[in-house]
Design a protein around this ligand. Structure first.
Ligand code: SAM
Ligand code: SF4
Ligand code: SF4
Length: 381
């Protein structure tokens, strides 16, 4: 019983100081949103399709034969994505993450990687180009992605036990092929490879220690393990707080691997709380539910069809595709991006934490309930 009480740490923002729109800022000048957060990361969803049906993301009863995925004409082309990404880089983005759906299902993804890798910041620096994948096609693609300029890769893997993993992906996909993808990524120099496990209490929480042990034996510090609290994203996964295993309990279980020492955050806005085992293997805990990190959330998301979303839990995007296909100049696009970011005050997890800590406290302000939310595979996780 005691195990199910989840301590939520509310985030108390400074009083919101609305700022003027930043449409006239020059490339390179910091862009701050209404809560003073500086734009830094752009996640780009390249497809809404996936070959897995993880229940926490695309349950197969919903995403079945009758589900209408986006037609190809609705998707941004590689050239359109690169044009938008270039404007985001001018506006301060230093990291681009390709995601989806399953990004490696998008044909010739390495061509997009090559186009993005050619971008430079206003002071001429390279941009970090990363990818989040379920790993199913990674063994085949790792070398081409690396050659095209991919900097790093994150692979999702929710279990090391064959039966548990196949139940988690819900299409019977074998764990060995994902492990082969991780091996290939390490071998071509895409490391350290981050491996993400979404922990769902009662479904795969018995895999925390076995997965960590197996990957550590296989790769040691060349793999960074990250455990993510199961989140209430989208509207189809039937999320229930009882199925969230708080990171604090994940950490307790991981202590059976040996002493863990805390590691400082590498950069502001980093979502993971980091720990290190004696052999140097790093472990990250992403407490999206029990410890809101909206206070320094610096990410924007570009959906498959060119909508900008400012929060994983947003219910509405900002359309850039109409601008792109309507003859907008680069300056028009830049002004639109600046205005969108300048108006941002999204902080869903912080509001949810406040509401749960003190029900009714947000009655006069923004609340988290009653708003239809986009699905994670569409917006880009
Ligand atoms: N298909 C790729 C993959 O699975 O890595 C990329 C897209 S997926 C939406 C991106 C990340 O979101 C994955 O690491 C996945 O585990 C995570 N994710 C999806 N639904 C989630 C949920 N309800 N709670 C926490 N993480 C989730
Ligand atoms: Fe597909 Fe990734 Fe969602 Fe799983 S988490 S269904 S692999 S998009
Ligand atoms: Fe960022 Fe939204 Fe998540 Fe808060 S809830 S950390 S604003 S994506």
């Amino acid at each position: 019983m005691g195990e199910k009480i989840i301590a939520l740490t509310p985030w108390r923002p400074d009083p919101v100081q609305p700022r003027p729109t930043a449409a006239s800022l020059p490339p390179g000048a910091p862009r701050l949103d209404r809560l003073g957060r500086q734009l830094h990361d752009l996640r780009i969803s390249v497809t809404d399709r996936c070959n897995f049906r993880c229940r926490y993301c695309m349950p197969k009863e919903v995403f079945d034969q009758r589900h209408a995925f986006l037609p190809h004409s609705a998707l941004l082309s590689f050239e359109e994505i690169t044009r938008v990404a270039a404007r985001f880089v001018d506006a301060g983005v230093r990291k681009l993450r390709l995601t989806g759906g399953e990004p490696l299902l998008r044909k010739d993804l390495e061509c997009l990687v090559a186009q993005l890798a050619a971008l430079r910041t206003p002071d001429g620096a390279l941009v970090d180009i990363t990818l989040t994948t379920n790993g199913s096609l990674l063994a085949r693609k790792a070398a081409a992605l690396k050659a095209a300029g991919l900097t790093r890769v994150t692979v999702s893997l929710d279990a090391i036990d064959e039966d548990v993993f196949q139940a988690m992906n819900d299409v019977g996909f074998p764990v060995a092929e994902v492990l082969a993808g991780i091996d290939a990524a390490v071998a071509v120099g895409l490391g350290p490879v981050k491996v993400n496990m979404v922990v769902k209490r009662g479904s795969n929480d018995d895999q925390i220690v076995p997965l960590a042990r197996a990957l550590r034996e296989r790769h040691g510090p060349a793999v960074v393990l990250r455990f993510i609290e199961y989140m209430d994203v989208g509207a189809t996964n039937g999320w229930n707080l009882d199925e969230v295993l708080p990171s604090a309990q994940v950490l307790e279980r991981l202590r059976s691997l040996g002493p863990l020492e805390p590691v400082d955050r590498a950069q502001p806005g980093e979502t993971a709380e980091r720990w290190r085992l004696a052999d140097g293997t790093e472990i990250g805990l992403i407490s999206s539910v029990t410890r809101a990190f909206c206070g320094d959330c610096n990410r924007a998301r570009l959906s498959t069809e060119g909508q900008v979303y400012l929060c994983l839990f947003a219910h509405q995007g900002h359309d850039l595709r109409t601008l792109l296909r309507g003859g907008a100049s680069d300056a028009d696009l830049a002004a639109a991006i600046d205005a969108i970011w300048a108006g941002r005050d999204d902080r869903y997890s912080a509001l949810r934490a406040q509401e749960q800590a003190a029900p009714g406290s947000a009655a006069d302000g923004p609340t988290t309930s009653g708003r239809p939310r986009v699905e994670m595979h569409y917006i880009g996780g």
